[in-house]
Design a protein around this ligand. Structure first.
Ligand SMILES: [Zn+2]
Length: 150
């Protein structure tokens, strides 16, 4: 029988098994499950130690970097800070992806065809904070500059 999600996540992160860790990171970045994040808070040091020097592979963006995102979210959860607070530090956090994950909603968007960029006015669905996000279509992946508004 499978473990409940929290303990199963912890066991994946501590497994030193690249496939299990990557699959778990992927899952946690698609849903921002509050229960799992909360479950992992007291195990943060343990997870950091167990995963620190693992080669998780990955493309332009390595899986270690994605894992870093997940650990940042656990830290924010520990400190009682809304997950949207990490957006200004994450130039790869896509507006549409964050919207699909239900973290933010797009209030409006303005296209700038002259330089292939788009400006989005967004609001966090959890805490109500407003952001301006500038999307730049880069050579490999679009990048985003998130700024607090108000
Ligand atoms: Zn928020």
């Amino acid at each position: 029988m499978a473990l409940p999600d929290g303990p199963q996540s912890l066991s994946d992160f501590l497994s030193r098994d690249r496939n299990r860790i990557v699959a778990r990171v992927q899952e946690m970045l698609t849903g921002y499950d509050r229960e799992i994040l909360t479950y992992l808070v007291p195990h943060l040091d343990e997870i950091e130690t167990a995963t620190r020097n693992l080669d998780l592979g990955g493309g332009i963006v390595t899986w270690q970097r994605h894992l870093g995102k997940v650990l940042d979210m656990v830290r924010l959860t520990r400190d009682g800070i809304c997950l949207c607070n990490r957006l200004p530090d994450d130039s790869l956090a896509s507006v549409r992806a964050e919207e699909r994950k239900n973290l933010i909603e797009v209030i409006r968007s303005v296209d700038h065809p002259e330089d292939y960029s788009t400006t989005y006015v967004c609001r966090c669905r959890r805490c109500g904070q407003d952001y301006l996000a500038e999307e730049q279509i880069g050579w490999h992946v679009p990048t985003y500059e998130w700024r607090l508004v108000g």
